[in-house]
Design a protein around this ligand. Sequence first.
Ligand SMILES: C[S@@+](CC[C@H](N)C(=O)[O-])C[C@H]1O[C@@H](n2cnc3c(N)ncnc32)[C@H](O)[C@@H]1O
Length: 249
Amino acid sequence: MTALETERATADAAATGAAVKRGYVKQMFSDIAPHYDRVNRIISFRLDQWWRRKAIRDLNIARDPGATYLDLCAGTLDISSQIASLANFHGSVIAADFAEPMLRAGLRKVSRDVVRPVTADALDLPFIDGFAAGAIVVFGIRNVVDLDAALREVYRVLRPGARFVILEFGVTQNPLVGWIYRLYFNHLCPLIGNAVARHHSAYNYLPKSVAHFPSESDLAQRMRDAGFESVRWRSYTFGVVAIHIGEKH
Ligand SMILES: C[S@@+](CC[C@H](N)C(=O)[O-])C[C@H]1O[C@@H](n2cnc3c(N)ncnc32)[C@H](O)[C@@H]1O
């Protein structure tokens, strides 16, 4: 095989792998959609909603409460509904996700006048450049097959001055907490999640996807590489989760 043929074969294999992962993720979230919220509350001891409130605060909607915001990988609309219920908010939220059953499962939480669900892939958003005053992705970007392309796509649809907030699982630095956390997250969560969601593998995927996700400093660098400026992050709950913030200048 020539060097060019090897390069092409490697690229083809990578594309096939990405397509398989994309299909798996989409199907898996579609399957667990009716149980998704319940499992989240149980396995996070209801901390998930508190983390979401922290991330929304970082979006700083008060700066422009009448504008349009993007909730990417919106799932069952927890973030969109929390934004919509902010006291001063009179704008709109575009809630984009490629698994329609997830969006459908969240519809009862929102008014369609304020939150507009859109079935869309994070890698190919059907929106014009600069339409959003801010964007947020919560426990979602880890699942997208091409992180860098997703970051560039979010950058494209943000207007200058907009913020981008990412809430994701982090790397806990405390050895004791880390040990307990790994035991719980890698072994107990999949048991609880798969039992409650009646799915044989969805919650085995969760710790694997977190293990493959970049560290906090790596993610910050990848955001900078995509064009974001003033990138910073904060950890919560002993580093179990981290919130990254970047700006489009
Ligand atoms: C763990 S859920 C997070 C949902 C929600 N943001 C939350 O706070 O609970 C991840 C979501 O990302 C969506 N997702 C994964 N890859 C995607 C992609 N490439 N484009 C759009 N949505 C995607 C999944 O369908 C799923 O609803």
